[in-house]
Design a protein around this ligand. Structure first.
Ligand code: CTP
Length: 482
């Protein structure tokens, strides 16, 4: 086969630098993996560059670092035989070429030194095994023993070795196959797909963190349903997101059917992905209906019901996040909140849209009200054009009212217009439950539209409420102004 050279891929001076260091150590050295693949696909700016040395990758990294301005630090991962340098905005990773065989029950490799081709063989996919030479004799030459270039051109995810071997070496590659297929719009070659289906259970030996990292990349693709659908089809999804898989299926009783909430969810995630790149909002879309599996009932009068599924679903979020080692911080609370509130706008839009209902929605959702609306609009998956039209119109009306009400009453970051201190001073009270009662009554009056969200109106209302409770204002309150 004709030799191909891609010197233009190596125009960054760092490559000459690495080449020189390798020469000084009398090592062969190559660029490999994602950098080469993405260069050939003309895909984005590289962040990571992987170098493979026939010999010690760690020695090479040290030599390279010593030759760079500022002598950047080398992070050495002795157990893996790898080293990393951060240089400018790049992450340079070095590894020695290996012939690896893996222990079947963990992914701890038993490493032996090997040739470039030995190393390429043990990589995940042919498109990730492409290497460019940094050696003086053939600088820029493509080394492609597994026809990765052809697979790149045809859009195929294929393993260099028998799929069983490649996936068994590191089961995370099963998810990576799907992630690359989803990101690049490639198809997974049939034997590979079958092998994933056959050994999906081996994903259990992979850490949650690594799984989640790949899952996030799938969630961040333009059409996440492609990757999520493949995860489901191969049995992988059930291994780490059984709550979602439990939504699949349509049941029929007495001629009444409910929709398939799994495929509906995937459609919602695709819809929302057209409007947001926020990972956590995409998570909220993915989980917004998980409470529907445990709450599903058939009522002879009402048909299928999912009573309280939002509350049940939002409670499930914690356990799911904990299990997947996702952060249990404000991101989780945000997802819980959106799941909990996910039906609010639609209930509102189904009804006559009143100002007070809109005020309550804005009050409860606070800063997240826009995201909630985005989620609810994405939730419209009806194929009935008339219904779709009606929902969208009602949501538009909700948004219009939200803007009006917000301008008038500033509910989004609601701060009580009369403080507890003022109430105490006005009526000469010590801390007592009456203060809470008056504060709550003022808030309710504002949300109901009885009074505007203004200090003067709130003060008058407070005096009235105080009278109702049998309180009298004192003569000279400490702070008569607020
Ligand atoms: N690799 C592998 N098996 C894995 C992970 C990685 O064989 N489970 C190899 C592949 O050759 C891959 C390279 O290591 O190209 C670098 O891995 P990584 O940085 O995770 O992926 P990239 O291919 O660089 O792609 P991306 O940046 O999109 O993650």
């Amino acid at each position: 086969m004709a030799q191909r050279h891609y010197k233009e891929a190596l125009s960054n001076p760092i490559f000459r630098q690495v080449s020189l260091a390798a020469e000084q150590l009398s090592l062969e050295c190559y660029v490999i993996g994602g950098f080469v693949r993405d260069f050939l696909l003309k895909r984005g700016q590289p962040v990571d560059i992987d170098f493979v040395a026939v010999g010690s990758g760690i020695d090479l990294a040290r030599k390279v670092a010593a030759s760079l301005p500022g002598k950047p630090k080398v992070s050495v991962f002795k157990n893996f035989g790898t080293a990393m340098i951060r240089y400018e905005d790049l992450q340079l990773e070095f590894v020695g070429a290996r012939r690896e065989s893996y222990n079947r029950d963990s992914r701890k490799p038993v490493v032996e030194d090997g040739s470039l081709e030995d190393d390429q063989k043990r990589r995940d996919f042919t498109i990730n095994a492409l290497a460019l030479s940094l050696n003086p004799g053939n600088f820029g030459q493509l080394l492609d023993p597994f026809s990765g270039l052809e697979d790149l051109a045809e859009g195929i995810i294929r393993t260099p070795l028998e799929p069983q071997t490649t996936y068994s070496d590191d089961p995370l590659r099963m998810i990576r196959a799907i992630r690359f297929a989803a990101q690049l719009g490639f198809r997974i070659e049939r034997e590979s797909l079958n092998a994933i289906g056959a050994q999906h259970e081996r994903i259990r030996i992979v850490s949650r963190e690594r799984i989640v990292e790949e899952l996030h990349k799938i969630l961040m693709t333009d059409t996440p349903s492609v990757g999520l659908g493949l995860l489901h089809q191969t049995g992988l999804l059930a291994e780490f997101l059984p709550e979602l898989v439990a939504l699949q299926g349509i049941q029929e009783i007495e001629g009444q059917r409910h929709k398939d909430n799994f495929w509906h969810t995937l459609e919602v995630v695709d819809n929302i992905s057209r409007h947001t790149d926020d990972l956590w909002l995409r998570w909220a879309a993915l989980l917004h209906d998980i409470g529907k599996a445990p709450t599903k009932r058939f009522d002879p009068k009402l048909g299928w019901t999912f009573h309280n599924h939002e509350l049940v679903g939002s409670r499930m979020v914690y356990r799911l996040f904990k299990r997947l080692r996702l952060p249990l911080n404000e991101k989780m609370k945000y997802v819980q909140k959106l799941v909990l509130m996910s039906s609010r706008p639609i209930v509102l839009a189904n009804d006559f849209v009143t100002d007070s209902a809109v005020r309550r929605l804005v009050f409860d959702a606070g800063e997240d009200v826009e995201d909630l609306m985005t989620l609810c609009e994405a939730d419209i998956t009806t194929k009935n054009p008339k219904k779709q039209q009606r929902y969208l119109q009602n949501f538009a009306l909700v948004r219009e009212k939200m803007a009006e009400v917000e301008e008038r009453d500033r509910i989004r970051n609601f701060q009580p217009p009369v403080s507890g201190e003022t109430i105490m001073d006005t009526f000469g009270l010590k801390p007592s439950p009456q203060i809470g009662i008056i504060k709550e009554a003022i808030k309710e009056a504002i949300l109901e539209g009885v009074i505007p969200n203004e200090a003067a109106a709130a003060r008058t209302f407070m005096l009235g409420k105080g009278r109702e409770l049998g309180l009298t204002p004192v003569e000279n309150p400490a702070d008569p102004k607020t």
